[in-house]
Design a protein around this ligand. Sequence first.
Ligand SMILES: Cc1ncc(COP(=O)(O)O)c(C=O)c1O
Length: 420
Amino acid sequence: MNNIKYKKNDLLIEGVSVRNLAKKFPTPFYCYSSKTIIEKFKKFKNSLKIDALICYAVKANPNIAILKILSKQGAGTEVVSEGELIRSLKAKINPKKIVFSGVGKSLNAIKLAVKKNILQINVESEEELELIEEITKKLKKRMQIGIRVNPDIDAKTHKKISTGRKEDKFGIDIKIAEKIFNNYRFNKYLDVIGLSVHIGSQITSLNPFKRAFLKISRMVKKININQKIIKILDLGGGIGINYNNDKVINFNDYAKIISKISKDLDCKLILEPGRMLVAESGILLTKVLYIKKNKKNNFAIIDAGMNDLLRPALYDAYHEIESVKNNKGQKKKYTIVGPICETADTFIKKKILNELNQGELLFFKNVGAYGSSMTSSYNSRPVIMELIIYKNKFSIIRKVDTVSNQISREKIPSLISKIK
Ligand SMILES: Cc1ncc(COP(=O)(O)O)c(C=O)c1O
């Protein structure tokens, strides 16, 4: 996969010059290579030697153009909100390929999911299950349900994106889940036939997956001993990517584990990858606003902030940054910071780069996942533009927001105007 590469002081994405894009559009902006997404999807799909429905985790990058690219490859989606469901429907994802997860689904979101006859709702509490039953009853519909269990497995990833330990808010305790399967066996409105698990994100070792999947397969065998109750296994997402010399999971090895555990279970499989399908497709182009020195640091202040790329501030995540120029020149150490009024708005400390100057173009790598999806307008900064490239052509897939648009949703009511 080499769709993003240097050529003569420029960075080309599928042949399109990033330097030219920066002449047309103000930085910062995200830019993606569609080919990279397609190649990643195909590589993953081909590594699976068994049939599985791949439901792309929309939260990684919810842009409807990206959903469309993936749906054209045969993907469904995994959604966690009404908004993500609406996006999936807008991108014409077949509702029978949509799985709805999440610990706090709203009433409206559940209603929409039921009305649209999506494939499955993965339930995370008994109260949620009762609410879904009420809704299906009212709407005279049936709904396929997956029970998300908490396997109490540490995914050995950043603590803020670990979701499968018993202290985490996600999933239902295995013992309680077993009872639910039994209690809902003959339910009029709900087909409680799915078992789902997702232990976290950016997982770089196979071991946590192995342990979680083994627990799950034992559970299926136990519940299905006399009668086949569990027919669907949703094994979630979580495969990590190489951000900073991270060791990555080989798709074939991952596929082998899945084949092994599912071999004698006779269940249909769902997988929910997010990050690894889209992360490597994206860059964030930014410009050096100022160079500023103090006694401890040589700052490069760039025009992208933590509101545009939150992962470093939120998870101390590392995103490689490089100059588009890629020239030789004198090496210097830079602390790369954004314009936001927070010390957390620091991307990388003491990064060795060729000497930087005001106006210089830099780009963050591997920001296609959990980059644009986490943008905000903090400090009243407009949410930035997203571009996509496909075979030498580019297109805007999200327009830059404007401050006047932000303000247009606000008002100064008369009760405030009257204040003396
Ligand atoms: C339920 C569920 N499925 C899938 C994913 C996607 O994970 P990843 O992007 O790490 O593949 C997530 C994200 O954490 C999730 O919460």
